[in-house]
Design a protein around this ligand. Structure first.
Ligand code: SAM
Length: 190
C-alpha cells in the first residue's frame, strides 16, 4: 500500500506549544489522533518512561484498514515513539476505562461539536490531576483565520474558561492551554 506523509491541521506553533506543555510528563492522553502528527510531538516531549494514550476510532470500512490508522502507525514507528503510545481505538466517550486517572497532560482534538467537547471535558475533569495541563484545539478563533468558528470555540468561551478548577495559561493560534489548579468534588444535591 502506498502511504502519504502524515498530515495535520495543527499548526507548527501549536505543535511547539504541545511539546512545551507535555515536556517531562508521565501519563498523557489525546482525543483525536488522526495521522499521528500531534501524537509524535507529544510522545517525543514526554519523559522517557511516559505513556501517551491515543484515542481515535479510526473507523474501518468492511474491506480494508483505515489509511489514517496505517499512516499513524508508520509515523509513530518511524519517529521512534511507538513504544510510548497506547492505542485506544474507541470514540472518546467510550475511552474512560482505558485511561489512568492520574494524567498530567491531555490534548483534546476529536469531535469539535458542542456535545462532543462537552463529553470530552467531563472526561478531562475526571482524569487530569492537579497541576496537569490540558490543551484544547479549535477553542480560540485565530486573528488571521476569522472564519474558523467550530462549536468548540463557544463551549470553551461559555463553559471551560469559567471552570474554577482550571486556569487558562495561554492561547496559541487556535489552541487554549489550561492548568488544573484544584479538584472540586461534586456533591450530589437532593
Ligand atoms: C483534526 S483530527 C486530529 C489531528 C491530530 N490531533 C493532529 O494534530 O495531528 C480529528 C480526529 O478526531 C477523530 N475523532 C472524531 N470524533 C472523535 C471522538 N468522538 N473521539 C475520538 N476521536 C474522534 C477523527 O477520527 C480524526 O482522526
Amino acid at each position: 500500500v502506498h502511504l502519504v506523509t502524515a498530515a495535520s491541521q495543527t499548526s507548527e506553533v501549536e505543535l511547539m506549544a504541545l511539546e512545551q506543555f507535555a515536556r517531562g510528563c508521565h501519563v498523557a492522553f489525546e482525543f483525536g489522533s488522526f495521522q499521528g502528527v500531534s501524537a509524535a510531538r507529544i510522545a517525543g516531549a514526554m519523559a522517557a518512561d511516559g505513556l501517551l494514550y491515543c484515542v481515535d476510532p479510526w473507523p474501518r470500512s468492511a474491506a480494508r484498514e483505515n489509511p489514517c490508522y496505517s499512516i499513524f502507525r508508520r509515523h509513530l514507528q518511524r519517529s521512534g515513539y511507538w513504544a510510548k503510545v497506547r492505542i485506544v481505538r474507541e470514540f472518546s466517550n467510550q475511552a474512560g476505562e482505558f485511561i489512568p486517572a492520574d494524567a498530567d497532560f491531555a490534548f483534546v482534538d476529536g469531535d469539535h461539536s458542542w456535545a462532543g467537547v462537552e463529553s470530552d471535558w467531563q472526561i478531562v475533569r475526571s482524569k487530569l490531576k492537579v497541576g496537569g495541563i490540558v490543551c484544547l484545539h479549535d477553542s480560540v478563533i485565530p486573528k488571521s483565520e476569522p472564519w474558523r468558528q467550530p462549536e468548540s470555540v463557544e463551549y470553551y468561551r461559555n463553559v471551560i474558561s469559567t471552570d474554577s478548577d482550571f486556569e487558562t495559561i495561554e492561547h496559541v493560534h487556535s489552541l487554549a492551554a489550561l492548568r488544573r489548579v484544584r479538584w472540586t468534588y461534586e456533591v450530589a444535591v437532593q
